[in-house]
Ligand binder design. Structure first.
Ligand SMILES: Nc1ncnc2c1ncn2[C@@H]1O[C@H](COP(=O)(O)OP(=O)(O)OP(=O)(O)O)[C@@H](O)[C@H]1O
Ligand code: NI
Length: 371
């Protein structure tokens, strides 16, 4: 028997309306998170990872707006929105109100950990008082009980001398220690889902390793599910069970972690995997993928990856691939697979032009030819 997913995201679209135009930062996104699993969300900068997870928490503010989609979590309807022909958005009746999101979901059921702990910690209060207050507000505990719980949590996330460090301020903690505090805060209400947005990116490799070990340990202990946002495929290999790969607002591959690495289906995923930093490199600086990611305002026609794709053919310029099952439990959005029935094999391959973009062969010939 398969269990219902813990979280189900269906056809979520989030856009930003700016002076330059409309960006669909998240475009028709669908995926599930199962109980106890760690789901990786990967893709280059600007892919829409942060907008995607903020959409799950309904933390999108103007000029951004979630325009459509359904999100359910343990029977709660976090989102049920559709867009009428007039462009107006309508919410379903069962959708939680903003007050219910605050009192029932955020922090208690689903906790968020950001890359920069200072975004969540107030520099003028001690670490302990912030953690204690968070526990007091969200759980029915007295001041003294909340304090004891806070110290216990600090200990649990590996902060030495938790009792005395409880009285210190955020600036007295190192980056890694601050990130541990945020993990403690995320754990405080024993949420079933923790969403982490590149929580170890700013840390050095050793500290990052320690934090990842801590997460592994907590996963076993609490059976918490995670959505782990990162652009580091090394981190994915270490902690994820399944992976979603995003490109320009869309999911282009979904796979169990072993299949993602060893039976990669999408050319973009292949490019990402080639970009894993070598052990001797200290930074995770990432992009040997040909060309730069276009901005969301000017998403390429057809398959959005075609200008950079080594496998691109002419058909990829006009036909937009949706995500389809290629193998058991493994989905990809790429026309080269037979399930798309797109005459890919008969379509002429694109060639690289002087800007490093893939274009039809005749356009390159005419440039180099007559003049
Ligand atoms: N406040 C905003 N105003 C306008 N556009 C925005 C805003 N926030 C996000 N976007 C758009 O959404 C796109 C996706 O942004 P997002 O922050 O989700 O990317 P990301 O995948 O998290 O990247 P990174 O790895 O750099 O964190 C951006 O490229 C941008 O076009
Ligand atoms: Ni981000």
């Amino acid at each position: 028997m398969t269990q219902d997913p813990l979280l189900s995201v269906q056809n979520v679209t989030t856009q930003f309306v700016t002076e330059e135009g409309i960006v669909r930062a998240v475009d028709d996104l669908s995926f599930d998170v199962h109980r106890g699993e760690t789901l990786g969300l990967v893709g280059e900068s600007g892919a829409g990872k942060s907008v995607a997870i903020r959409s799950i928490m309904r933390l999108i503010s103007s000029p951004g707006e979630i325009v459509s989609g359904t999100i359910t979590y343990k029977g709660h309807v976090i989102l049920d929105r559709s867009q009428g022909p007039d462009g107006e958005v309508r919410d379903g009746e069962a959708m939680l109100s903003e007050a219910e999101m605050r009192s029932k979901i955020r922090g208690r059921e689903i906790a968020l950990i950001f890359q920069d702990p200072m975004e969540s910690l107030n520099p003028v209060f001690t670490i302990g008082s912030q953690l204690r207050e968070f526990i007091e507000i969200n759980r029915d505990l007295s001041n003294a009980e909340a304090k004891a719980e806070a110290i216990e949590l600090l200990r649990e996330v590996g902060i030495p001398e938790a009792e005395s460090r409880y009285h210190e301020y955020p600036h007295q903690f190192s980056g890694g220690m601050r990130q541990r505090v945020l993990i403690a805060m995320a754990l405080a209400c024993k949420p079933d889902l923790i969403i982490a947005d590149e929580p170890t990116t700013a840390l050095d490799v050793t500290v990052e390793g320690q934090i990842l070990d801590l997460i592994e340990q907590l996963k076993t202990e609490y059976e918490t599910s995670f959505i782990w946002v990162t652009h580091d495929m090394g981190v994915v290999a270490e902690i994820c069970d399944r992976v979603n790969v995003m490109y320009l607002g869309e999911l282009i591959e979904q796979a169990p972690v072993d299949e993602l690495f060893h039976e990669t289906k999408h050319p973009y995923t292949e490019a990402l995997l080639r970009s894993i930093p070598k052990p001797h490199e200290t930074t995770g600086e990432f992009d040997p993928i040909r060309g730069i990611m276009p901005d969301g305002m000017n998403a390429p026609s057809g398959c959005r990856f075609h200008p950079r794709c080594p496998d691109a053919r002419e058909v990829c310029m006009s036909v937009h691939p949706d995500l389809r099952e290629i193998d058991d439990g493994q989905n990809a959005a790429c026309l080269k697979y037979d399930v798309f029935d797109a005459d890919y094999d008969d379509s002429p391959p694109l060639v690289v032009d002087e800007n490093g973009e893939r274009v039809p062969a005749e356009t390159v010939e005419s440039v180099g030819g007559d003049d």
